[in-house]
Design a protein around this ligand. Structure first.
Ligand code: SAM
Ligand code: FES
Length: 454
């Protein structure tokens, strides 16, 4: 049974640099063209497109197979896609100039490729050579660091629609030789394009990294550039069992740290706010307390979703002016307010219908979280609820990977913070007196835990 009229597979198997593979011959361009063309020709719901691993015919790539016919196309180019869609997928006429139907030759090539691959793996294994994936993992920071430096220097804005290395070096106040090396490396990472000696942004770099673009994500990503300095102390932190206090409020780059951090939180929060509001039945909610509300993104989302709802944010002194600015921009100053305070020590108020503890618990130790849950319980009206959002580890604490790695982010950045598991969150809720404690899945590695004061 085929749920779609056609099912297409395009090989996207990446191979180490210098080895011919379908992506190096343009299979991602084929996929984008297919997406475009199927939409244009009204076949979006008739044809399913999937990526697949190596089919053993790498020299003839990109390889594309169409089912149910089982037609194999080879050396497909972007400009062939409209013809494949129009002729084959729309009218049932195979594009014979691209078809590869010599089954014995295909099988021989695939078997030869497989045997060669297995022999190579065996030889590497016998020689004790470090596997590619382990080597790549050990140097993965190089690509990331090149991008972070480019973001720190606002290089993508300097490149704009086209500039030579000398022009870029002048604009970012940097050394010419070094700037050119960085530009070349960014081009190798497909973050820039180079024609003759002129560099230009790719569509994605211009859209997400350059000043003036609506979708510029640089302010939020600058927080990741700041985190780099903390992460470089990981070895010492593992020895010491706590953060060394590098970066952040008391450390280097003090001036921009808080602004970049809140911009990053805003970016994450806006991505999830709709799902969080949806997951919390909002009927009857009139007053919210948003602990550590940061950019106010969640309070703003709740206020927009529920007429008349008021939200009070508590955050640290140096964040409050930034929070106010986000609220002002949203035009919700009447219903979303912010006050300076320490959620672990200062009075929280009382009779709230909902208390938000979103992306907070990972900053604190288990003892601090226990105390926080008790304080929240006491600040709720009867039947009021607490919503916690965080990375939630599986009981083994080894997955999801993003949550396990984020635990290290807390090690290098806080005194005693960590990612926590569902049983830990559930225990804190119950110990504080909450009932009806439940978990709500969100897309991605973070989730919600909700408890009710009965
Ligand atoms: C990771 S951010 C989360 C922001 C927001 N809840 C969100 O999800 O977008 C943590 C927030 O808690 C604030 N914060 C940290 N410690 C705090 C404390 N003891 N009392 C009040 N706010 C605190 C930080 O300033 C920051 O705005
Ligand atoms: S990489 Fe596509 S067939 Fe091998």
């Amino acid at each position: 049974m085929e749920p779609f009229r056609h099912h297409i597979f395009v090989c996207t198997q990446e191979k180490p640099e210098g080895i011919t593979c379908c992506p190096s011959n343009g299979s991602w361009r084929i996929l984008r063209a297919l997406d475009r063309e199927l939409g244009c020709q009204g076949l979006d719901n008739e044809v399913q497109v999937s990526t697949c691993g190596c089919l053993g015919l790498c020299e003839e790539g990109p390889i594309m197979i169409t089912y149910p016919e089982g037609v194999w196309y080879r050396k497909v180019k972007e400009e062939d896609v409209p013809e494949i869609v129009g002729s084959h997928l729309r009218s049932g006429k195979v594009v014979s100039r691209l078809e590869w139907s010599d089954a014995p030759a295909m099988k021989a090539a695939a078997v030869e490729h497989r045997d060669h691959y297995r022999a190579m793996l065996r030889a590497k294994d016998e020689a004790g050579v470090l596997p590619d994936e382990l080597y790549e993992l050990s140097r993965a920071f190089m690509s990331s660091r090149a991008l972070l430096t480019a973001l720190e220097m606002d290089l993508f804005t300097a490149v704009g629609t086209g500039a030579t290395a000398a022009q870029v070096a002048l604009r970012i106040h940097a050394d010419l030789r070094a700037t050119e090396m960085l530009l070349n490396a960014l081009t190798s990472l497909k973050l820039l394009e180079k024609r003759d000696s002129c560099f230009s942004n790719t569509t994605a770099s211009g859209r997400f990294f350059a000043e003036g673009s609506r979708d510029n994500a640089r302010p939020g990503l600058m927080h990741i550039a700041n985190l780099w300095h903390r992460w470089s102390t990981l070895t010492e932190c593992v020895r010491a069992g706590t953060s060394l206090g590098v970066g952040g409020r008391a450390g280097i780059r003090e001036e921009n740290w808080v602004r970049d951090f809140i911009a990053a939180m805003d970016r994450n929060a806006k991505e999830r706010a709709g799902a969080v509001v949806k997951a919390v039945e909002t009927g009857g909610i009139k007053r919210i307390l948003d602990l550590g509300g940061g950019s106010a993104a969640y309070s703003i989302a709740f206020a927009r979703a529920v007429a008349g709802l008021r939200s009070e944010i508590v955050d640290l002194d140096d964040v409050v002016p930034l929070t106010r600015e986000y609220i002002r921009q949203a035009g919700l100053g009447e219903r979303v307010t912010v006050r300076p305070g320490d959620m672990l020590r200062d009075p929280l108020g009382e009779n709230y219908d909902l208390i938000l503890i979103l992306a907070i618990c990972h900053m604190f130790s288990p003892e601090e979280n226990r105390a926080l849950f008790r304080r929240a319980f006491n600040a709720l009206a009867p039947k009021g609820r607490v919503v916690v959002q965080d990375f939630i580890l599986e009981p083994s604490k080894t997955a999801p990977r993003a949550a396990a790695l984020f635990s290290l982010n807390m090690l290098v950045g806080t005194k005693a913070g960590s990612s926590y598991s569902e049983p830990e969150f559930a225990a804190w809720f119950r110990e504080a007196g909450f009932a009806d404690v439940r978990r709500v899945q969100l897309p991605g590695p973070s989730g919600l835990m909700i408890g009710t004061r009965m």
